[in-house]
Design a protein around this ligand. Structure first.
Ligand code: AMP
Length: 285
């Protein structure tokens, strides 16, 4: 596997692959990789001739007081996982390589101006999706992939990237990949490493609430508020859990819905102690 640290190294390698007529897939990540990320690599390897993973903790998507400095990093382990799954190149740039103004600052952003990035996670993370769109847009410009792979785990991010690709005519196919979970149901996340043993147990309320939503909607419940109320009641029984949001939104626009009809995303963010975790399910009623 090629380890590229600069934009130019990525560009020249991709140019070589293009000359050979090979297709290229991109898997953007912030590193500290687990089986959720590995599933994206597997999917990309199955659909593209060459796969590039990016491994970069992107400062522009972290707000003040968030966990930018604390975010876990282990590049050697990441390389082992990527190589084992058949990734061809990892792009691991410095902050200055990605943001030449220094200190992770930039004056040029990609930002969706309607309410989409203000819903769900955007309510408490107002600059988050502007940072995500900006770094993903930059990665698209650097790698110029045919396809890019994102997890349903970050469902709002996936919807926003699809919108950005449409609005800016990127001509890149966005492939969404299912949530990979621990055996007991907890969605795999780099941030799970913040949880102590007691919190790890408490964190199960998220996936349990998601299962409740799936069951209620499968049994025909169409009143979103009833589903959300049952989920909230379950989560609130756990003393270590504090709800940020539990919401039902349109699966494409992220606008709140009251009726479970068509493509609906039921999503939540819940603090377990100091750690903010997210989970979701898509319902097609
Ligand atoms: P991150 O490194 O957390 O920014 O995630 C990089 C990519 O991996 C994103 O597209 C995530 O949605 C995806 N991802 C993270 N965790 C999971 C998971 N448990 N299952 C599937 N995809 C995931």
């Amino acid at each position: 596997m090629i380890i590229a640290k600069t934009v130019e190294e990525v560009r020249s390698q991709v140019r070589e692959w293009r000359k050979e007529g090979l297709t290229v897939g991109l898997v953007p990540t912030m590193g500290y990789l687990h089986e959720g990320h590995a599933s994206l690599i597997d999917k990309a390897v199955s659909m593209c001739d060459r796969v590039v993973a990016s491994d970069f903790v992107n400062p522009t998507q972290f707000g003040p007081g968030e966990d930018l400095e604390a975010y876990p990093r282990d590049f050697d382990h990441d390389c082992q996982l990527l190589e084992a799954h058949g990734c061809h190149m990892v792009f691991h740039p410095s902050v200055d390589e990605m943001y030449p103004d220094g200190n992770g600052k930039t004056d040029t952003y990609i930002e969706i101006l309607d309410d989409m990035p203000k819903q769900l996670c955007g309510k408490t993370r107002p600059i988050h999706f502007r940072g995500v769109c900006t770094v993903v847009g930059k990665l698209f410009n650097i790698v110029m992939p045919d396809k890019a792979f994102f997890g349903q785990k970050d469902a709002q991010q996936l919807a926003i990237i699809r919108r950005m690709v449409r609005d800016l005519s990127y001509g890149i196919e966005i492939v969404g990949c299912p949530i990979v979970r621990e055996e007991d149901g907890l969605a795999k996340s780099s941030r799970n490493t913040y949880l102590n043993a007691e919190e790890r147990q408490a964190a199960l309320v998220l996936s349990q609430a998601i299962r409740m939503a799936e069951k209620m909607t499968a049994e025909g419940e169409t009143d979103a508020e009833k589903v959300l109320a049952a989920m909230r009641e379950h989560i609130e029984k756990e003393p270590l859990a504090k709800i940020d949001y539990v919401s039902a939104v349109d699966g494409v626009t992220m606008a709140p819905v009251t009726e479970i009809k068509g493509n609906v995303l039921i999503a939540m963010a819940v603090y377990i102690g100091k750690t903010r975790l997210i989970d979701n399910c898509s319902v097609n009623a």
